[in-house]
Design a protein around this ligand. Structure first.
Ligand code: AHR
Length: 517
């Protein structure tokens, strides 16, 4: 019999620490694609849009409020046709190029390394630079690392100084190519494994900079690719990888396409069956992270090699009248709920999963921000990232589910409709805060989550709700708060349990104050 009111019950031990949820699971991605860089981040110094050295002030302020931990650049597919030397030096002298992947437009290289790293400084975000393996050379990549990170009078450091920057930057994250199985060169796994080791070897640690080199891993659930990379790194480094691995992590990409890889649907004109297919697809992230982790565990039992999902998000048809190569799509409540599911999945896999990057920050795919000339809109997905900010670098506390009847079953598929995660920060005095995130994917029915919180004294603090009358609701310049967070009164304490009554299709967070253990 179908219950009218789905419920999930579980136990959470606040005094038992799970893995730390790296803040880098909340990373973002900015490619030279459509209006992400140009118009999104960069308007140029002469623009009427308020800017700091060409970078939009409103975009920077909105992203600072999210505490963006890292930003991946310059692609994506673009990374493998990007030649960094064309993007440094006086702007008016920089050569142009054709962006063959995205809209076949001419790129004038006015946004290059210096502009990107200035952006990261303004955001307070760590740079994640993706190097060119597909059409670049080992020497070109090696020089770029030297240019960015070496001080003194080495040849590339001198060139950087000539271009106005004396001190090197700190670059923590370095990508060794992108999607080598596709736009990055159509390679086999064996071919790429060799190249990744070769390119990564020459990405040197200069001065005090320590690169965390990320090899380009598989598409979706291609576990064989992961296996080849792990076998190759094990051959070089044995079981303790810090001693011999040329790269420190491998990445994979997974997009939520709503059930059909051939034909993406509309971001805002979809029916309930489309919604169900989307959620089935969103939940596949859990199975895919678990699958790659299993393969990695077999070669790396100490989890020294990180798993990175440096492209994720929904991928819909472009908005009518826009360039098909620009991947500009609206962002509805449905997208926010997909983000709620994915972030819970990432928290659950925090032992192995060290970084994730939503694609892409502004005006492309599942963007957190949309711009139109001087206007800026915060999307529903933005609000999920803002509400979940407290999970960054927090200690996770697994939810031991004791009962869960919240499932959707139909011809469109079957999936869990309730998901939750809990983490905490504790200061030296022993007091702290916990954050509980909850997503109810059910289209029509409210739901109740009951968590028996053990091991610490706690009280319920502020709670916030994100929902809207329809799944298709979205924000525009004319109606920027159609989907926006509001104070929520659905959370209460009953005995030792936190009880949260969620409305249908909603995302919520509840803060708890924790007393010393
Ligand atoms: O994010 C858009 C594109 O999707 C990226 O350039 C590529 O890596 C992926 O296929």
């Amino acid at each position: 019999m179908r219950l009218t009111h789905p419920a999930l019950t579980g136990v959470v031990d606040l005094d038992v620490d799970g893995p730390v949820i790296s803040r880098h699971l909340y990373g973002h991605f900015a490619e030279h694609l459509g209006r992400c860089i140009y118009g999104g981040f960069w308007v140029g110094e002469d623009s009427d849009v308020p800017n700091t050295a060409g970078l939009r002030d409103d975009v920077v302020a909105a992203l600072r409020a999210l505490a963006v931990p890292n930003l991946r650049w310059p692609g994506g597919c673009f990374a493998d046709e990007y030649h960094w030397l064309n993007g440094v030096g006086p702007r008016e002298q920089r050569p142009t190029m054709v962006n063959t992947h995205w809209g076949d437009v001419v790129e004038d290289n006015s946004f290059g390394s210096h502009e990107f790293l200035h952006l990261c400084e303004l955001l307070g975000a760590d740079p994640y630079v993706a190097g060119n393996v597909g059409s670049g050379t080992v020497a070109e990549m090696s020089d770029w690392v030297e240019y960015l990170t070496r001080s003194g009078d080495a040849p590339m450091s001198r060139l950087r100084q000539l271009h106005g920057r004396d001190e090197p930057w700190r670059i923590p994250f370095w990508g060794v190519g992108n999607e080598p199985w596709g736009c990055g060169g159509h390679m086999t796994d064996e071919q790429y494994a060799r190249l990744a080791a070769q390119f990564a070897t020459y990405c040197r640690d200069h001065d005090g900079n320590r690169l965390y080199r990320i090899a380009a891993g598989p598409h979706r659930d291609d576990y064989a690719w992961t296996e080849t990379l792990m076998r190759s790194v094990a051959a070089l480094g044995g079981r303790r990888h810090e001693r011999g691995a040329p790269w420190q992590a491998l990445s994979f990409h997974y997009y939520t396409l709503g059930g059909s890889p051939q034909k993406a649907g509309s971001a805002t004109r979809f029916d309930v069956d489309d919604y169900h297919r989307t959620m089935v697809d969103a939940w596949r992230m859990d199975e895919i992270v678990a699958g790659h982790s299993r393969v990695m565990d077999a070669y790396d039992p100490h989890a020294e090699i990180g798993l990175v999902c440096d492209e994720w998000g929904t991928w819909w048809q472009v908005e009518e009248g826009t360039n098909p190569g620009f991947l500009f799509q609206q962002n509805a409540l449905r997208d926010a709920l997909v983000a709620g599911v994915h972030l819970d999945v990432f928290h659950a896999h925090a032992r192995r999963l060290v970084m994730a990057n939503l694609a892409q920050t502004v005006n492309v795919l599942q963007a957190v921000l949309l711009t139109d000339g001087p206007d800026l809109v915060l999307t529903p997905t933005y609000h999920v990232f803002a509400m979940n900010k407290g999970h960054q670098d927090a200690t996770s506390h697994p939810v031991h589910v004791t009962a869960d009847d919240a499932r959707h079953e139909s011809g469109a598929g079957s999936y869990r409709t309730l998901t939750t995660s809990v983490s905490s920060h504790t200061d030296a005095s022993g007091t702290g805060t916990a954050l509980v995130s909850l997503t109810n994917l059910d289209v029509e029915r409210p739901a109740t989550v009951t968590l028996d919180l053990r091991g610490r004294a706690w009280t319920v603090g502020a709670a916030t709700l994100l929902t809207a009358p329809t799944l298709q609701a979205h924000n525009t310049a004319a109606d920027p708060r159609a989907v926006a967070p509001v104070a929520f009164d659905g959370a209460r304490r009953e005995g030792t349990s936190l009880v949260v009554d969620l409305p249908p299709h909603a995302f919520a967070t509840v803060e708890l104050a924790l007393a010393p253990a």
